[in-house]
Design a protein around this ligand. Structure first.
Ligand code: AMP
Ligand code: GLY
Length: 419
């Protein structure tokens, strides 16, 4: 089967890499893709992932594509899978109404409240004055979030009322994330280690993948603003058998039951962003897709043919498939552009010398200028290595980073060391 991937980041490179291992996959296409994906797939940089008409036109021309994997949040939230379904194309990913579980935090919080899924206590505001009044009289730290999508940057953890006021101003008055911040969520601050569980779903069952942990803050020791993720590792040592039991009974099952009662048919990957608090596991957020960079450490551990899993999700036959995982560990360190998650320069030349054979160098924001590899995004590369232990894998990742250079390259030195 020939497969099209929509997207062009490290997650999409990891998906392409996993598909490439399948003997059942013939050609892989990607829109827009990136310079790394182009090494294993035919990329079309001129077709952006939000350009539904151009993608449909491309599918019509290339009649040989049997499945399209829609990976990023925005096209899912905007209904690209519905658009494909209406045109008779098979697509892996949730339809728009199901993707709402990510694209509206107000929707997902109400869903959790209704189905008694443990999460932080919260209030929703669409009035600026009311929001400020509430925040100023609340106990801090306090967490303030944009309702809609904000490239992973719409969450403010506020230590005091000055920071809360600033966050509300940014979202509601300065419209930093446009319409996404017209409605905001103000919620209680939770403490504890974070765990990501991605689960395949065919609309009837969930098949959870191995656990992972993401490092969201830009600087070492979890300092600085939130990013899309500066690195990840798998498995999480906090995801013990007891925690897994808690997850399956109190979160995964209740989520599935809730979906069924609401008539939500979720096909694709559901991302459970969890926090292990002193009161047990709580949901910080749902995403309607593979996480990035978590995917870069989870898919290298997958033994089962990923095409079989994608097809089972689309066809509703997931319960018949046994999904197997390697018993190893995996670490991914993101090399970012200086300035990210704020302003950064693009187009800087990247040099890569003598990378070990067992390193998977997933490209996140790269492009080609002639034959030269250049930076093309905030997160540029994901240096991913598997090993016997996290310590072993992270040592190999950091050793290999010494062979990669671009101006103002920035990365965290503590990926894989998580309290
Ligand atoms: P989200 O986009 O909702 O996952 O939030 C991004 C990050 O902000 C999370 O991964 C947490 O690190 C942090 N965060 C979000 N909500 C809370 C909360 N209620 N308490 C503490 N930290 C939070
Ligand atoms: N790494 C967090 C996310 O994909 O949303």
């Amino acid at each position: 089967m020939n497969v099209l991937i929509v997207g062009g980041g490290g997650r999409e490179h990891a998906i392409a890499w996993a598909l490439k291992k399948s003997p059942k996959v013939n050609k892989i296409y990607a829109v827009p893709g990136n310079a790394g994906i182009a090494e294993i797939a035919l990329c079309y940089p001129e077709i952006k992932s939000g350009d539904f008409d151009k993608i449909a036109e491309f599918l019509k021309k290339r009649k040989d594509i049997g499945l399209t994997v829609v990976a990023p949040d925005n096209p899912l939230a905007d209904g690209l899978v519905d658009f494909f379904n209406e045109r008779g194309h098979r697509a892996f990913g949730p339809v728009k109404s199901a993707a709402q579980i990510e694209s509206s935090k107000a929707f997902s919080k109400q869903f959790m409240k209704k189905y008694e899924i443990p999460t932080a206590r919260y209030e929703v505001f669409d009035d600026y004055v009311e929001a400020v009044k509430y925040a100023l009289s609340s106990k801090h730290p306090l967490v303030i979030k944009a309702d809609g999508l904000a490239v992973g940057k719409g969450v403010y953890v506020c230590e005091n009322t000055r920071e809360s006021k600033h966050a509300i101003d940014e979202l509601m008055q300065n419209k930093k994330f446009g319409k996404s911040g017209e409605k905001i969520i103000i919620e209680e601050f939770l403490e504890g280690p974070e765990i990501t569980i991605l689960a395949f779903s065919d609309g009837k069952t969930f098949a959870p993948m191995v656990s992972a942990q993401d490092h969201k803050r830009v600087f070492d020791d979890d300092k600085g603003p939130n990013t899309g993720g500066m690195g990840a590792f798998s498995p999480s040592r906090f995801y013990t058998a007891d925690v897994a039991k808690d997850f399956k009974e109190n979160i995964m099952k209740k989520t599935l039951d809730g979906f069924k009662k609401e008539g939500i048919i979720f096909k694709g990957v559901l991302y459970f962003g969890l926090m292990l608090t002193s009161e047990g596991l709580k949901v910080i957020e749902y995403n309607a897709r593979f996480g990035d960079p978590e995917t870069q450490v989870v898919l290298p551990r997958l033994k089962t043919d990923i095409l079989d899993i994608f097809n089972a999700c689309v066809d509703g036959t997931l319960s018949k498939l046994k999904i197997e995982w390697e018993k190893n560990c995996c670490v991914c360190v993101i090399l970012a552009s200086g300035g990210y998650p704020g302003e950064f320069e693009k187009g800087l030349p990247i040099t890569v010398k003598d990378i070990d054979d067992d390193v998977m160098l997933f490209h996140a924001g790269t492009a080609k200028s002639g034959r030269k590899l250049i930076t093309d995004g905030g997160r540029v590369l994901g240096v991913t290595v598997c090993g016997k232990s996290i310590v072993d894998a992270r040592a190999k990742a950091y050793k290999n980073i010494e062979s990669i250079k671009f101006e103002n390259m920035h990365f965290r030195k503590d990926i894989g060391i998580k309290k």
